[in-house]
Design a protein around this ligand. Structure first.
Ligand SMILES: Cc1ncc(COP(=O)(O)O)c(C=O)c1O
Length: 248
């Protein structure tokens, strides 16, 4: 929840445990909120998972798109090697969404099982993508760094543009290229707001409810596009929300 900075709490995890729970998914930097998890909290979750013998699936898709601090991977914590599956992808770091290249790091027995599963579902990643991934690893670091600087500037534009919004409040993203915007003041379900923005203003946002119950009251914007488009998009969102407010 927003009052916790969208950081998971051990109390909340505890409440959702059942006898059948064998693992939990941890996703920081987080899609859709842009939140990161502080080192203290990561340590608490690590202790929680270890003491209850749970496997943590750590989705670190946005690990290289972090603007404030650097998130500690839960895999780095004492005694966690047997309790973590680290999941990473080339999609965001190297702007390779759709190329279907990712990887996991886990204990040997998990990797062995995952390999069998993979072999019998898709066999392997296509060779074109594999060559692209090799190129990204060998010579993509500078481009990734340049893009991170770009995203940082775009994020600042988003923060500045939303600072004087009357009907919406941006949660300051610490990572990812998403802005999670509180639209409770509009008094309308997030799908209605998203549809209105799309139909009347040609503005594309994701309704918060698409991410689960707790996402209601929010819309998610994406700033993985040039600054001119970000400004235009936000101006459309502003017009849409003002229109909704006027309609009451
Ligand atoms: C949190 C999270 N995990 C995983 C993915 C998917 O990554 P891939 O492109 O490697 O399937 C995304 C992409 O949007 C994401 O936001």
């Amino acid at each position: 929840v927003e009052s916790d900075g969208f950081e998971v709490t051990v109390d909340n995890l505890e409440r959702h445990l059942t006898k059948r729970t064998t693992g939990l998914i941890l996703n920081y930097p987080n899609n859709p909120t842009g939140a990161t998890l502080s080192a203290d909290k990561v340590a608490e979750v690590a202790e929680f998972a270890r003491s209850r013998d749970l496997l943590v699936y750590s989705d670190e898709t946005y690990v290289d798109l972090t603007y404030e601090g650097r998130p500690a991977s839960i895999a780095d914590y004492e005694g966690m090697q047997e309790h973590v599956v680290v999941l990473r992808t080339f999609s965001k770091t190297f702007a390779m969404t759709g190329w279907r290249v990712g990887y996991l790091a886990a204990s040997e027995d998990i990797v062995r099982t995952a390999t069998v599963l993979r072999e019998h579902t898709s066999t392997c990643t296509n060779s074109v993508s594999q060559h692209a991934a090799i190129a990204a690893l060998e010579s993509g670091a500078a481009a990734a760094k340049k893009m991170l600087d770009q995203y940082r500037s775009r994020r600042q534009v988003v923060i500045d543009e939303f600072s004087d919004f009357e009907y919406a409040k941006l949660f300051r993203p610490r990572g990812t290229f998403y802005g999670f915007v509180n639209i409770e003041a509009c008094g309308k379900p997030s799908t209605d707001v998203a549809l209105l923005l799309l139909r009347r203003h040609a503005g594309a946002v994701a309704p918060g409810s698409a991410f689960g119950e707790a996402g209601e009251g929010y819309i998610r914007i994406c700033f993985a596009c040039p600054i001119s488009e970000i400004r235009e998009g936000i101006s459309r969102i502003r017009s849409g929300l003002e229109e909704l407010a006027a309609e009451g």
